[in-house]
Design a protein around this ligand. Structure first.
Ligand code: 5AD
Ligand code: SF4
Length: 455
């Protein structure tokens, strides 16, 4: 009789940090003999990797955890676990502990490496809740089950020391720690050997990479520019991306490094948050609108054709209509290729949550609609300039809606769809002429040979 292998499903909320953590969690589960289950319905273990950056992320995770009660009734052997950023918050963890007795395991962002032992205890009948308030040294060498073979996330820093007043991240991801350049480069090298062609370097603030690392022979610690040059020299890698940048710490040396390294893609995700100096100051962002715009111009001067995307928040405490108009003005001036827009969500424990003058919900909603309209029309105009251009596109695979259509990304990180005239596998680089640019996606045709490549 064939013995069914036990299966596990990891459900991820939130950012790329969590996606990367999920790969480690699935890697550990796989090393313990679990295979990946295609859905939660027939998994023997379900682990939720949660996010608490905004209240709606929390609500979705709670909703999902709630639904596992029904699965557990059907399969009493099912193990339900919760980890990630929500688990680091004692109030949320206690809520799960008290109100969701069917959740067997809670662990945090700092003790993922302890999962084998924690699971052992769960299997022997214990309800295990283990969260560390502080991180230990960076743990290297954990297994990972990568989501893709042609592209990969590579952590360069963990945690965050910025303490923007609205943000929960420093409280749930701990103090900033950098991996050594040797460890990062070795990981990228191994990925390249296994066929990976694109890496995305991950950190809450990639531009502060290296702080606290031992000095190099030159007497200073390596910085993000040094790391870019090193990663750029790894054979087999075609594209290097990174996220997230902090405008305050993005030095000119880094702009020059990004421009000089041929594999570094011409895309910069530079969260603006607000265009008002008064609000930026209350947010503790460490730059002014003018300084931000100066960086945008410098990047575009050094790297012609670079795309710049951003995060913008409306309704920060005390934000007036004039502050909001300053944000709208920045969108017009910076001409973003795309922007993620958010309504400020008070996070318990952060400085901004306690500020007076919280903005009313209807005002926040009114502002976000106006902002989205402007962002979309600017992005549409920017993309329209690509009509007729030929771009190098990395194939991702068939489009979700229509499998005869391939989708991929330009170096500037724009999604492109084209009708497949030839078979391609994920990671292939092809040339596509843009025929129909839209706000979020470009539609084109594959160009078989010749044709000038602009970026
Ligand atoms: N409310 C709304 N948006 C937030 N972000 C971070 N914290 C909050 C919050 N409390 C946004 C920021 C950040 C992005 C990842 O999420 O714009 O850049
Ligand atoms: Fe969410 Fe921030 Fe945690 Fe990422 S680091 S999962 S965005 S709370």
């Amino acid at each position: 009789m064939e013995v069914k292998r036990r299966s596990a499903r990891v459900v991820t909320f939130g950012c790329q940090m969590n996606e990367r953590d999920s790969e480690t969690i699935m890697g550990i589960l796989s090393s313990l003999g679990f295979e990946e289950s295609p859905s939660v319905d027939d998994a023997d273990i379900i682990i939720f990797v949660t996010c608490c950056v905004r209240e709606n992320a929390e609500n979705r995770a709670f909703g999902n955890l709630g639904e596992t009660k029904r699965l557990k009734e059907r399969n009493p052997h099912l193990v339900v676990g919760m980890c990630g950023c929500m688990a680091q918050r004692s109030d949320l963890r206690e809520k799960v502990q008290a109100r969701m007795p069917w959740v067997d395991l809670v662990f945090g962002t700092h003790n993922i490496h302890r999962l084998p032992e924690l699971l052992q205890r769960v299997f022997s009948g214990e309800r295990v809740i283990e969260v560390w308030d502080e991180p230990c040294e960076v743990v290297e060498g954990l297994p990972a089950m990568r989501a893709y073979s042609h592209k990969a996330f590579v952590n360069i820093t963990y945690g965050c020391d910025n303490f923007c007043t609205y943000c929960i991240v420093p409280y749930v991801r701990g103090r900033e720690r950098s991996r050594t350049m040797e460890d990062v480069v070795a990981e990228v090298g191994n990925l390249a050997k296994s066929g990976c062609v694109e890496v995305t370097l991950l950190g809450q603030n990639v531009n502060s990479y290296g702080r606290g690392l031992p000095p190099r022979p030159s007497g200073v610690s390596p910085d993000f520019a040094d790391l870019l040059y090193e990663v750029n020299s790894v054979e087999g890698i075609e594209r290097i991306r990174f996220t997230t940048s902090h405008p305050r710490d993005f030095t000119d040396k880094m702009v020059v490094a990004a421009g000089s390294c041929d594999k570094v893609c011409e895309h910069f995700h530079l969260p603006l948050q607000s265009g008002s100096d008064r609000v930026l100051d209350m947010m503790h962002r460490g730059y002014t609108a003018e300084k931000y715009l100066g960086l945008v111009h410098r990047i575009r001067d050094v790297i012609p054709g670079a795309s710049i995307t951003t995060d913008i928040m409306v309704g920060f405490p005390g934000e007036t209509e004039a502050d909001f108009q300053a944000t709208m003005d920045m969108v017009r001036q910076a001409r973003f290729d795309a922007a993620f827009t958010f309504i400020y969500s008070p996070r318990p424990g952060t400085v901004a949550a306690e500020m007076p003058n919280q903005v009313k919900d209807d005002v926040k909603h009114d502002r976000i609609y106006r902002l989205i309209d402007l962002v979309n029309s600017t992005a549409g105009e920017v993309n329209d300039e690509l009509r007729g251009a030929i771009r190098e596109v990395m194939v991702e695979g068939p489009s979700e809606r229509d499998t005869s259509v391939l989708s991929g990304r330009t170096r500037t990180n724009k999604m492109v769809h084209w009708t497949a005239s030839k078979e391609h596998k994920p990671g292939d680089l092809v040339r596509v002429r843009i025929l129909e640019p839209r706000t979020w996606t470009l539609y084109g045709e594959e160009v078989m040979s010749g044709g000038e490549l602009d970026v």
